[in-house]
Write a protein that binds this ligand. Sequence first.
Ligand code: SAM
Length: 298
Amino acid sequence: MHDKRLYSPNQIRDILEQHGFNFSKALGQNFLIDGNIVRKICDAAGVDENTNVLEIGPGIGTLTEELAMNAKKVVAIELDERLKPILEETLRDFENVNVIYGDCLKLDLKEIIEREFNGERISVVANLPYYVTTPILEKLFENDLPIDSITVMVQREVAMRMTAQAGAKDYSSLSVFVRFYSEPKIEFKVPNTVFMPKPKVDSAVVKMELNKSYDVDKELFFRIVKAAFSKRRKTIINALSSYEGIDKDKQSIKEILYIADIDENRRAEDLTIEEYINLTKIWDMSLKVGLLGKKRLY
Ligand code: SAM
């Protein structure tokens, strides 16, 4: 039975001192020191004895420990090899944990999931290194991995953008990106006082259920979204027709917007994901029937 818990600040300080470990700011090392938050993340992720968990950035293993106590198996990917002796000590009681050392952005996650979880479906749970939040999300969403949900702690301001709905102040291309792949929800907010060292910003835990997919040309969709948000305060017709790399034929774009039932004077930040999907389908069809001439969007 494992009874040693990691989240007392004194215990964490002792472990770090024993191993002569210094935090790396460059690697986003702000470690959790609050047992309540650790438990709440695990609960929000819905981890139980049937759950396979992929954790990114275990640090000294504070969240990993709680996950290991509740999950079927936990595989944690850690970039900083200096943490190896610490993790060997803190996680030694668990047979259902495997730590892989490497850069989550460079490793072949498909192969790791296949090998470690026999290709079974997984949940991702992490207190993310904030400097790479977006590239990590891109990697998790875009590689057709067998992921049911992603529950992550991120900077609060990023959490607001990830979950914003059309028309809201924080609605951005990141909101559309996240909603293209998932149903996102802020589970709870987290003050900066529960980390060591204390970061400047507050955080929030976001859960994304990967329960949807759109039948649309993905590349064209994201190019249109990027073009639209490149001038988010302009009208959609002006943003789309002035964007570098997009067909400049304003009259054709007007017609496409008309067919998609989108008022050309609306702005990028007011269009819902469904409207962007519909716009992409009509744009795609227009390219195929030659309405936009020979020029492709990409
Ligand atoms: N999970 C721990 C906790 O909650 O206390 C630590 C979280 S800390 C915010 C982020 C962790 O991610 C650090 O341990 C850092 O070394 C690791 N990390 C940073 N970049 C990474 C990357 N590209 N791949 C894997 N781990 C990374």
